[in-house]
Design a protein. Structure first.
Length: 151
C-alpha cells in the first residue's frame, strides 16, 4: 500500500463560474485568467482588487441554515433578510441567482425556499441532489476541521 503522504488526492477542482463573481466584482476576471492558463499562456501579475466588495449565494445560505437545524421560522426570516438586503446581506449582491438581472433565476431560488419551508429537514438531500460522491461529507469536513488527517 502506498504512503498516503506521497499520493496526490483530489477533492474537487471544478472552477465553477459562480465562484469567481466576487473576484470579478472586485476587479479580477478569474474566468479570463483560467482561459489564458488553459491555452498555455502565463498571465501578467494581477493588480490588487477593490476592498469591501460583498457577495452572497442565497440558495446556499438557505440550504446551510436548514441543514444546521433551522426551523421554518428561521428559513422564513432568512428569506426576508435576503429579499430586504438586510443583516448579513446588507451592501451585498447575489452571485448565482441575480433576480434583478436575470428574472428566470428566481425559479430555482423560489423552489428551493418553498421546499425548505415545506420540509426543512430535506436540506441535506436537496443539497446533495445532482452532485457526485466527490463532494465532502460531514465526516470528512469534521476531519479536516480537526486537522486529523492521520486516520
Amino acid at each position: 500500500m502506498p504512503d498516503d503522504s506521497t499520493v496526490p488526492l483530489l477533492i474537487d477542482c471544478n472552477p465553477r463560474l459562480v465562484e469567481p463573481v466576487n473576484a470579478w466584482r472586485s476587479g479580477t476576471d478569474l474566468v479570463a485568467l483560467l482561459l489564458l492558463i488553459s491555452q498555455g499562456e502565463t498571465p501578467e501579475p494581477l493588480p490588487d482588487g477593490r476592498e469591501g466588495v460583498r457577495t452572497h449565494l442565497a440558495m446556499q445560505a438557505l440550504l446551510g441554515l436548514a441543514s444546521r437545524g433551522g426551523t421554518r421560522r428561521d428559513i422564513f426570516g432568512e428569506c426576508w433578510r435576503l429579499m430586504a438586503g438586510s443583516g448579513a446581506y446588507s451592501c451585498s449582491s447575489e452571485e448565482m441567482t441575480p433576480v434583478g438581472l436575470d428574472w428566470i433565476s428566481a425559479v430555482p431560488l423560489v423552489m428551493t425556499a418553498a421546499l425548505l419551508l415545506a420540509s426543512p429537514q430535506s436540506a441535506i438531500k436537496l443539497a446533495r441532489g445532482g452532485f457526485g460522491a466527490h463532494l465532502l461529507d460531514l465526516k470528512s469536513i469534521r476531519k479536516i476541521e480537526g486537522e486529523d488527517f492521520s486516520t
